[in-house]
Design a protein around this ligand. Structure first.
Ligand code: ATP
Length: 367
């Protein structure tokens, strides 16, 4: 293995029903996924949803309970972890403290018996891409957190792995550095034509990095899709919440006409658009998902969804983030360019196509 130039590897990964149980507890239900060569896929979900379990199974650090891992047509789950040749970048990127940056990055090549000239060339190449050429002679203790993380990435990609696995690689960095490293990771991924599987609980990180997202909830896939697909058509309220639909309201279905659904409860009455598999029926309860940016302060002549009182007003540049409480105590988040002060009475409006209606049953799938 090895010797191929970056980008020459295919790196097509096929997961066939991989699952993992700890005793009687199934941490990962059968997962099917195909990742094409050069693709960046994020596994996204809340703490405990099985992301790390999935990644550790791929790495071979955990045996599968069932299923198959196939890379470029070759069965991998039967191959011991060190022979899989995957690149791994984890949260605590243990670098060798007594070795220079250059020696840290060269270490794996040396172990593999790659010659001196080729090692130098490949290490130089990779250090340039991760922008550490100037730091090559330093020791990890003399580097910033972000630089250390880039060494960890360099160490993984210098091996020209067919697949790179990353588990929350940015979680130990401060907010500004996280943002900077995010675009660095995307750039490095592209420049080397890597196939990357990236675990995170941070939806912004996943949305900005990945070509496709796999949203996990309690060990099961909620949805697989591009950022735009998930954002525009979330499969269930859980995915919607992850995609920034901060307003999830439980309302009663009043009437249904095609996808157009009228819902209400005491002081709230709104028209939404039914999405997802299950069909809403009058009398049932449904979950309505609305993004804060889609809640407006109603014009005079416009139908109102609810009346509310502004409680918390945060200033974010030209828009205000307002948390308001409706007459029946529901909390509603909205963004507005208008001037709003705490205590102001607001009439709220939402466009029907911006209010997604999930019939009962869509919500409780994973349970
Ligand atoms: P986090 O973001 O908090 O790391 P995660 O999505 O990566 O969470 P996993 O670490 O994959 O979650 O864990 C999934 C589930 O499996 C959790 O409910 C966890 O408690 C359980 N689990 C993990 N490791 C073990 C183990 N060794 N024995 C028993 N249960 C485990």
């Amino acid at each position: 293995a090895g010797g191929d130039r970056p980008g020459s590897q295919l790196g097509e990964l096929r997961l066939h029903g991989i699952s993992r149980a700890y005793g009687a507890y199934t941490a990962l239900h059968p997962l099917d996924l195909t990742v094409t060569g050069g693709e960046f896929v994020a596994l996204l979900g809340p703490s405990g949803c099985g992301k790390t379990t999935a990644l550790n199974c791929l790495a071979g650090l955990l045996p599968l309970t069932a299923g198959e891992i196939v890379l470029d047509g070759r069965r991998m789950d039967t191959v011991p972890p060190e022979k899989r040749g995957f690149g791994m970048v984890f949260q605590n990127y243990a670098l060798f403290p007594h070795l220079t940056v250059r020696a840290n990055v060269a270490f794996g090549l040396k172990m593999r018996g790659v010659g001196k000239a080729e090692t130098t060339r490949r290490v130089d190449d990779v250090l340039r891409v991760v922008r550490l050429s100037e730091q090559a002679h330093k020791h990890p203790g003399q580097l910033s957190g972000g630089q250390q993380q880039r060494v960890a990435i360099a160490r993984a990609i210098v091996m020209e792995p067919p697949l790179v696995l990353m588990d929350e690689p940015l979680s130990n960095l401060d907010a500004a550095l996280r943002l900077e490293m995010r675009s660095e990771i995307r750039r490095i991924h592209q420049e080397f034509g890597l196939t990357t599987l990236y675990v995170t609980h941070d939806q912004e990180e996943a949305l900005s990095l990945a070509d496709r997202l796999v949203v996990l909830e309690a060990g099961r896939v909620s949805q697989i899709g591009t950022p735009a697909e998930l954002y525009e058509h979330p499969a269930d309220p859980h995915v919607a919440a992850f995609m920034g639909y901060r307003n999830l309201l439980a309302l009663d279905v009043v009437s249904v006409q095609g996808a157009r659904t009228v819902l209400g409860r005491r002081g709230v009455r709104l028209v939404g658009t039914a999405v997802g598999g299950a069909k809403a029926t009058p009398g049932q309860e449904a979950t309505v998902a609305i993004r804060p940016e889609d809640v407006r302060i109603a014009e005079q002549d416009e139908p109102q969804v609810a009346r509310a009182v502004a409680e918390i007003v945060e200033y974010h540049g030209r828009v205000l983030h307002v948390e308001a409480v409706t007459s029946d105590g529901d909390r509603v988040h909205l963004r507005t360019g208008r001037e709003v002060r705490p205590g102001d009475a607001l009439a709220l409006a939402v466009d029907a196509e911006r209010a997604l209606v999930f019939a009962a049953g869509a919500a409780a799938d994973g349970a």
